[in-house]
Design a protein around this ligand. Structure first.
Ligand code: CP
Length: 308
């Protein structure tokens, strides 16, 4: 998100709009990227992002190939760059990469000719998640500028939080972050956000509350006494949400820990946009693939109309 201008973000969201209804048709496919190939290279587990890139590519008629770290020769000691060069030798148009190391996609992009899309790198960024979150907020609220958004949870280890802080502030939202002080790094105000650790205060009068998963896999030591205490002090339930605006919506990038950061009642309730986020992820990733290897937005709209 750091690399994208406001105009870039706007273009991606508008292009996603033109692709969204393809997923609602009986025949969910257009020929836009026929003959193009997309490699999904996931070095970390994923349900939503990997599936959604694959669905997005297939709905645009691109060929897709998947590679996981455990099934690649990286387990035999091959470096990321060598793996990338070997993939490049098979002439893919796009490599989508998720990696546990921050900066891995940027390193790969220097070593290959294919377009590289960051599907989440360490604790750095998860830009396509932030883009689908922006799309979902705009779709529900009709705008992003001027909205009050709280991001609550494990800020320190969340690439989703970083990408959303960058994206939301670029698009003119007022962002407040909250969560255990042990999970909020010093200096977060540099992102242009307000820091209010107590979630009960952080969500007051908010239009959108985005809850985050505790990234236990990225913590070197436990940063709170127990899951029960975390839930009691920092979890969100229907009662706690009463201090937000009456039409406040709840978001979560998934996977959710039910009963820890969010109650089931809230996650499955009418204010929840969690599954809208997943559905919109396909349209946003179709837009990204199209804009990288398909042509201009005007062409996208024309081709979509022709196909429709
Ligand atoms: N939101 C997200 O990145 O989910 P996955 O880890 O399942 O891809």
């Amino acid at each position: 998100m750091g690399q994208l201008s406001v105009d870039d973000i706007q273009l991606i969201l508008d292009t996603a709009d033109s692709f969204k209804d393809i997923s609602l048709r009986e025949i969910k496919k257009v020929p836009t990227l026929r003959g193009k190939s997309v490699v999904n290279f996931f070095y970390e587990a994923s349900t939503r992002t990997r599936t959604s890139f694959e669905v997005a590519a297939k709905r645009l008629s691109a060929d897709t190939f998947s590679l996981t770290a455990s099934a690649s020769s990286m387990v035999k000691g091959e470096t990321l760059l060598d793996t990338g060069r070997n993939l490049q030798a098979m002439s893919p148009d796009v490599i989508v990469i998720r990696h546990s190391s921050s900066g891995a996609p940027h390193l790969l992009a220097k070593g290959v000719k294919a377009c590289v899309v960051n599907a989440g790198d360490g604790i750095n960024e998860h830009p396509t998640q932030a883009l689908l979150d922006l799309y979902t907020i705009r779709e529900r609220k009709g705008r992003i500028r001027g909205l009050n958004v709280a991001i609550i949870g494990d800020i320190a280890h969340s690439r989703v939080a970083r990408s959303n802080m960058i994206g939301l502030t670029k698009m003119g939202a007022n962002v407040t972050i909250g969560g255990p002080p042990t999970m909020i790094p010093v200096g977060m105000e540099a992102f242009g956000v307000e820091v209010v650790p107590d979630p009960r205060k952080a969500i007051r009068e908010k239009d959108v509350v985005m809850m985050l998963r505790i990234q236990l896999e990225r913590q070197r030591k436990t940063l709170f006494p127990s899951l029960r205490e975390y839930s009691a002090a920092f979890g969100l339930d229907t009662e706690a949400l009463k201090s937000a605006k009456p039409d406040c919506v709840i978001m979560h990038p998934g996977p959710i820990n039910r009963g820890v950061e969010i109650s089931s009642e809230l996650a499955d309730g009418p204010a929840s946009l969690i599954l809208d986020q997943v559905a919109n992820g396909v349209a946003v990733r179709m837009a990204i693939l199209y804009l990288l290897i398909g042509g201009s937005k005007a062409d996208a709209v024309d081709k979509e109309r022709t196909a429709g």
